[in-house]
Every structure is written in C-alpha cells, then in structure tokens.
Design a protein around this ligand. Sequence first.
Ligand SMILES: [Zn+2]
Length: 446
Amino acid sequence: MDSILIENIRIVDNPESNLEPSKAGYICLENGLISNISMEANHAPKSLKQSVKVNIDGEGGVVLPGIHNAHVHTEQVLMEGIGDGLNLSEWLSGGIRHLTNSMTGDDMFFATLCAFARYVSEGVTSIAIHQKNCVNSALCDAVIAAAKTLGIRIFLFRGWRDQGTSGEQAECAIKDIERIRKVYENNVDVKVGLAIPSHWNCSPPGLRTISDAVNNLKIPIQIHVSETADELKQCRNDYEMTPIFKMDKFNLITNNTELIHCTCLTEEDIDLIAMRDASVIHCPGSNFSLRCGIAPVRQLINKGVNVSLGTDGAAGWRSSSMLMEAVYASIASRMLAQEKNPVLVTEATQLAWTTRARHIWSPNGKMNLFVGSPGDVTLFKKMESAFRHTIGGKVFSAASFPQVKTVICQGKLVMNDGLFTGLDINDLADNLTSVRKKLMKELERE
Ligand SMILES: [Zn+2]
C-alpha cells in the first residue's frame, strides 16, 4: 500500500461549505485513508517525511477532496461529434442508440478506460455510470474492470427497460444486479444501483416490480426524467400527469433517487421532489447541446433539494470536465428568466462535491478531508497569472480554470503530472483506434 505525503500546499478541506484555501498545509495518506493533515505548516516533521514511500512537492497548489462526476455514459466517448447539432431524439436515433447496442464487452472496456482517464485528468476520483444498454451484462463487468485498472471508485447504475431496444424483464435486471453485488460485495470501490434510461419504455407492471426491488435492496436509482418538452407532453397524454408525478406513482421518487436533467419541471414537480428528499443531477453542457432547456437549479436549491453535477455523455460540451460543467451551470442559471438570484460560479463549483450516493464512502457521510477520511484527493496546480491570483487565490473556483497535477484515490496514486500509474496510454490509444474504426463501419452499415 502506498504512503504518500504532499507538502507545500493549500487545503480546502470541506468544499461543500467553504472554498477558501488554507494559507499553508501538508497532507499524508496511508492505508487508503488520510493519516495526517495540517492546515498551518507547509512542511511535515522529519520523522513523517522519512516514513513515507512517495513524497510530492505541491508547489503551492490546492488540495481538495476528489470530485465525483454524478452522471456519465462512458461508451459515448467514442461517439463524440456524431450528430452534433441535432436535438435529443434525432441524436439518439441518428446513430448513438445503434452504436451503444452494438458494443461488445471489449469495446466497452477500452471506451470506459479512455473516459475514466479523461475524468481523472480533470480531478475526479469517483464516477457514477448510467448504463444505457441493458441486456448485455458483459458491459457492466467491462466498466468495473476499467475502474479497477485505473484505481478509481465507481457507482454503477445498471440499466433497465422492458420495452423498446434492449428491453428485458424487470426480474432479469434485478437478478443481474444481485449477481454484480455478490461478485463485488467485498470491494469498497464498487457500488451498484439501478438506472432507468427511458421511463417511457417501461411498462407499469415492470416499474412496479423494479420499484419494489430497489426499495427492498435499498440501492440508489438514477432516472433520466423531464428532459424535453416532448417527454412532458407524451407523459401527460399517456398518464395525465408529469413524468415526476408518474415516477412518484410507482414509488420511485425517494431520498435514494437521483433525477437526471429535470429541465422541464412544474412548480408542483419541484415541491414533490423536495418533499420526497430526492436529488437532482444537473448536466447543463448536455442540456445546452441537445437543446433540452435549463433546470431551475436556484428554485430547487431554495426548496432544499440536493443538486449535484454530471457531465453526461458525448453531447455534453467538453464532456469530461466537472469544473467546466460548474461554469455552464452558472451561465444556465443566469439565462433562466425565473431564476431571481442566479447560481454564481463559486456556488456551482461546490455542487461538484454534493452527490449523496458518493458520501457512502465516508465515515461521517461527507466528503471532507480529516484524519480517518477516505484517501481520495486532488491536487490542483498553483494558479499563476495575476487574474487567477485575484479570483482563484482567495477562493477555489471553476472560474479560474484550475489545472490538475495529481489525483489520489483510496490512498493510491492514480495520476501524477499527467502520467497514469495503472495505464499504458499508447496501448490504450491503439485499442481505441481499432474500436472506433469498427464502430464507424457499423454506423455506415446502419
Ligand atoms: Zn444521461
């Protein structure tokens, strides 16, 4: 097990409540946990220094808890640029859905490895994967294998629908979730949930079965919901209610639910989400590019709803950066007429640490840095220019475009100065080239 000391740094130990870095600091990680932390001295005592395996000079950079990307589709890293400019339904039917369903376990492994490497290079240590292709369980195993190769934590939301492409009985999805949990139950770095990528492709009996199962298993659930005006209209036609009320009818809006997108909410929807204590995952880059609208984040926060950020898939612009997503979140809030006090960039930056599901990994339910907390940290480089010094020097903010130097997960070095410890980038590039070629041929054939 690595023991790592990072000296000569500034520390933001609890970004959810305060983004002001300490004036000095050092941090030590041993046996997967933080074993020592100082926010007053830049250098550790000699005895500590000599006892560690890896010594990193932070060069005045800022250390924060690792970021959690709360919603991604890793396979789409190989589909970037396809259907750019189309709206959601055109984009999905213009190749994305077909390519997703044509992927093998190997394709998924290399695509996911590439996606994970990109997220890590942006400061992420844990990721929630929303699996769209439901029936091929080899894809779930491939995602887990990729996470293990790189050494990061994942929340795997295993997809389910019982109608449309790759539909299956609810019982099969539950069985597969139980299988994954059993295989990986001793792995602290892999957690499993259920994803509903398209609730309009789910039958009422199927939704009832799934709801009973996730509530019995007490696993979290992610639902793409209220993303477009068409979805809202269709749901009102079919169920005479909004998608949020429909999901609630099936007991799927709980404090274990993460609602993805929520760009088309009514006042009643917001009240219901708040009453059920569900979370909303905001993906503004994706919403912009697919022209889906803007989630009313200020209204949600004002009602006490837990809001977090995700980069989503290939449709999200610069889709690997959570800090860029925070900038988008602030811009989106300013563009929404009913948002009286728009979400500022610093506030949006904090949303990168607020995902509840990820808090499962911390003994106090918060991802802050203290002795005994998980050894998941990101070191951002010192902000050099005068502008960055003025803005970013006082408060850590996505607005100052900080760059990542080092990423550590579970006390192990994942990336340092752009180099990954568990990954041969050249090897990966070769494999990606052949998978992408194969997918492009598949696209031509369609
Ligand atoms: Zn999504």
